[in-house]
Ligand binder design. Structure first.
Ligand SMILES: [Fe+2]
Ligand SMILES: [Fe+2]
Length: 372
């Protein structure tokens, strides 16, 4: 294949073009990790595309057109590729525990980016509503570039996630459209908060930047911010989505997304130590930013300073460590230990869910700019 004639995924204007540029290198280890479906690993989603296609954005037309205009102007075209700022990395010299956790971080980030790409691309392919297909095509373009860039970084370590294979073989989880809006809105905004918090931290402590990819996080998180803005507008098109019984769903998704992030991050102690970031501090900082942003559209925020908040996150994390240990141990004993630990994790989750949330009066217009 003559790859020189094809543009780099960073310069591609559609998701299809960006993905075509990803050579199919089968790195079975990375693809196996990306194939995992547990509560903690990124999933692929499918939904009722016809229902989503029927959304009428005329109620938010002005903000919608401005957002689409900004996304079409494509400020990050060409950004997601290696340039002179990309430092050489001595993968072989990297401390083995850090290397393993960092590779796991890159694979799971790549899978998450690609999960967004697959869902958005499918909506674009199935839709007939020009507003919806235009938006989803632009978002798929961005996520394909993000996933492609992480794969570039992995390739230097001799690893690549086979994105074509994942599309075919990974299990898809069905979510009805309203759950897609809550989950995706949150994952875009929390993605912004995660990337910008690391970027700002490393700006202040450049000596802890152990890999060049973090230098790309500012422009990266601006893409995620825009995607979140789009979902905020979609949520605005129907007031029912954020009132009545749906308030409980919003609380459920907030609690699930925050607690999953906390558990997942605590599984990577060497990675966070190398960055000089305490995962508990980082978690609270990301939750604080995400909660503040989500007040643009959610009628409530979680009380992350409640006395039961942190202890139950810690309990979930301990239960999760016990689940992995029991899985490794295997046998009847391992199975029993796993049941007990799962019950503990569920009890901690229920305790988090019963913390009273903080009501929020949603503003008239949702428009926000990335402020962190
Ligand atoms: Fe992304
Ligand atoms: Fe995104």
């Amino acid at each position: 294949m003559n790859t020189h004639a094809m543009p780099h995924s960073a310069d591609a204007t559609t998701a299809e073009e960006a993905l075509a540029r990803q050579e199919v290198i089968d790195s079975s280890m990375a693809t196996e990790v990306a194939m995992q479906n547990t509560l903690l690993t990124p999933r692929f989603y499918t939904t009722d595309f016809d229902e989503m296609d029927a959304i009428d954005v005329s109620g938010v037309r002005k903000d919608w057109d401005e957002l689409i205009g900004r996304m079409k102007s494509d400020p990050n075209k060409g950004h997601f590729k290696k340039n002179a700022d990309w430092d050489e990395i001595d993968w072989d010299g990297m401390e083995p525990k850090l290397k393993a956790e960092f590779i796991d971080f890159l694979i799971s980030s790549c899978t998450a980016e690609f999960s967004g790409c697959v869902l958005y691309k499918e909506m674009k392919r199935r839709g007939k509503n020009a507003d919806i297909t235009t938006l989803f095509q632009l978002m798929a373009r961005d996520e394909a570039r993000h996933a492609g860039f992480i794969n570039d970084a992995l390739r230097e370590a001799g690893i690549a996630v086979n994105l074509g294979f994942l599309t075919q073989a990974k299990k898809y989880t069905y979510f009805r459209p309203k759950f897609i809006y809550y989950a995706t809105y949150l994952s875009e905004k929390i993605g912004y908060a995660r990337y910008i918090t690391i970027f700002r931290h490393l700006e202040a402590h450049p000596e802890q930047r152990f890999h060049p990819i973090f230098k790309w996080f500012r422009e990266w998180c601006n893409d995620e911010f825009s995607h979140g803005e789009a979902f905020a507008l979609l949520l605005k098109t129907d007031p029912k989505l954020t009132s009545g019984i749906n308030k409980y769903w919003i609380k459920f998704f907030l609690t699930a997304v925050y607690s999953t992030m906390s558990v997942r991050d605590h599984q990577r102690p060497a990675f966070h130590a190398a960055l000089g970031v305490d995962p508990t501090w980082y978690g609270q900082e990301v939750f604080r930013k995400t909660s503040e942003i989500s007040r643009q559209v959610f009628p409530l925020t979680l009380d992350i300073n409640h006395p039961r908040w942190q202890p139950n996150l810690d309990r979930m994390q301990a239960a999760n460590a016990e689940i992995s240990a029991a899985r490794k141990a295997g046998g009847v004993g391992g199975w029993l230990r796993r049941q007990v630990a799962s019950a503990k994790a569920a009890a901690a989750f229920v305790s988090l869910m019963t913390i009273p949330s903080i009501p929020n009066a949603v503003p008239e217009t949702t428009r926000l700019v990335p402020a962190y």
